[in-house]
Design a protein. Structure first.
Length: 509
């Protein structure tokens, strides 16, 4: 599989695209005014404990408190919050049940936490007390004792070898996690990376000891640097960047950690935008649409809400030559590949419900489920899926660390408030008629000027038996209509002749 990283830097944002065999599978966006917070470490104060929710709320200096579940607590978090001067107790290095951990947390207590999920909507960030620092080849976990290996390393022998090396170099009081790019690395390379990460932790720990909570004590690397650190492995054939300063920055970093990959970093000097050259811009436009077409005229409908994502598979114009069951299986298998690409590309998270085309045979449902698991293994995020039900429904969850790309590239429509629907003309007229009846009944006035959108004016006045004539007769009053293009379709303004002013809000339902 051919993998490439394409980086486009503009005055407003930096966009990083990961391509697999020429197809866009992941997209990251960084903007100067939108600070990335995942990975940041804070010295916080426990503001509220909610045993009923099995959670606590931590003041980290933000306008809204951070949320931490008891399962993300560790006894060592309270000790780590005091920095280098206070040792981590031995019991903090052993896993504990969340109910037991709840007894160790009290309001006003200092706690060291790390942002695990960006804030979403009105919710604050989710944090964890299981603090970790990523290096190039390994992740350092202070206060732990375990050694783990990335699940994306599938070779059992390579996993066993890497785990053995990490156990040999593991420092006391720290856990280690071998990253995917650590596969095949020598002990000396891993040890060099470990020393660098330990120096970083010592700086963080020293800062913790001198800082008064709530405060940030560590800022994660900028998006571009972290993506290069996490993704630029030997399986990446090319990194193409269109900014000279970013090009120099990336080469400087790679020279210090993986000099053999330097020749794969290229500067785009062509006149055409780099995303146009790689056909990424068109992929973004298509990929963020509600309707996504795939092989043979079939398509997906992707609907996102704050809590749940639904994906509906439709055969569309696809006309198979085989029996219905075989055609349904073929469309569903094609859909799986596009669904998994869309999930990664859009960075969909939380609960995802997929409605496949109905299949009556259990073996076919099983085959689609297995294909789904196979495709999801390419995903770096954590996920879990349930078997497909007899109704063709597959439920899954996926780790969400930040808002999906739909919310990054778009803002809620000021007219429909993000629902995608506006009131019909008939509904607007009904609301207006109700308003007029309340006005006439309470004031007894006989004259009124109504301003509304030109389309409503046209709708309400057309025909011999126009709506406005009927409304005037029903209320025995005269109404003057005025079109106003500055008003939204569902808006209207009413002005009293007697009072000489706007009385709209006074007589709302």
């Amino acid at each position: 599989m051919k993998k490439e990283i394409i980086i486009n830097s503009t005055t407003t944002e930096t966009r990083i695209a990961l391509l697999e065999d020429g197809q866009l599978v992941e997209l990251f966006v960084e903007r100067p005014e939108t600070e990335r917070n995942v990975g940041d470490i804070y010295k916080g104060l426990v503001h509220r404990v909610a045993p009923g929710m099995q959670a606590a709320f931590v003041d980290i200096g933000w306008p809204v408190d951070a949320f931490i579940h008891f399962s993300d607590l560790s006894p060592g978090a309270m000790s780590l919050a005091h920095g280098v001067d206070e040792p981590i107790p031995e019991e903090s290095r052993r896993p504990r049940r969340s109910v037991g951990r709840a007894r160790n947390i009290k309001v006003g207590q200092e706690i060291l936490v790390q942002v695990a999920k960006e804030p979403l909507g009105n919710k604050g960030p989710r944090v964890t007390a299981e603090v970790s620092l990523p290096g190039r080849f390994l992740v350092l976990v202070p206060g732990a004792a375990h050694v783990a290996i990335s699940r994306r390393i599938e070779n059992f022998k390579a996993k066993k070898t890497l785990k053995s090396v990490l156990q040999n170099i593991q420092p006391e009081g720290f856990g280690l996690i071998g990253r995917t790019v650590a596969e095949g690395r020598s002990e000396e390379e891993l040890l060099t990376d470990l020393r660098a990460t330990l120096r970083l932790w010592n700086m963080v720990s020293s800062r913790v000891a001198k800082t008064t909570a709530p405060a940030r004590v560590h800022k994660e690397a900028p998006l571009t640097s972290s993506i290069i650190r996490d993704l630029f492995a030997p399986d990446i054939e090319r990194v193409l960047v269109d900014s000279k300063s970013l090009y120099r920055e990336i080469r400087s970093y790679v020279r210090s950690v993986a000099q053999g990959l330097l020749d794969r970093i290229q500067l785009h000097t062509g006149r055409a935008p780099v995303f146009d050259v790689a056909n990424i811009e068109a992929e973004i436009e298509k990929g963020l649409a509600r309707k996504v077409w795939f092989g043979g005229g079939s398509y997906l409908i992707v609907e996102q809400t704050e809590a749940v994502v639904t994906i509906d598979v439709n055969s569309g114009r696809f006309m198979g030559k085989k029996a219905q069951e075989e055609n349904s299986l073929k469309v569903n298998l094609q859909a799986v590949r596009e669904i998994c690409r869309q999930i990664r590309f859009r960075d969909l998270g939380g609960i995802i419900v997929i409605d496949f085309i109905d299949m009556s045979e259990e073996k076919n449902r099983r085959r689609v489920w297995e294909e789904m698991r196979k495709e999801l293994r390419k995903d770096r995020a954590k996920w879990d899926i349930a078997p497909i039900s007899q109704f063709g429904i597959l439920e899954m969850t996926r780790q969400r660390t930040k808002p999906s790309l739909v919310y990054t590239f778009n803002e809620p429509c000021p007219t429909c408030s993000g629902s995608g629907m506006v009131a019909s003309k008939e509904t607007v007229v009904t609301r207006l008629e109700g308003w007029i009846k309340r006005f006439r009944g309470r004031t007894g006035e006989l004259g009124l000027t109504v301003r509304c959108h030109p389309e409503i004016v046209e709708f309400i006045t057309k025909g011999l038996k126009s709506h406005i004539r009927q409304i005037m007769w029903a209320n025995l009053m005269y109404i003057k209509l005025e079109p106003d293009e500055n008003l939204r379709l569902e808006e209207f303004k009413c002005y009293s002749w007697r009072r000489g002013g706007d009385v709209t809000d006074e007589f709302r339902a």
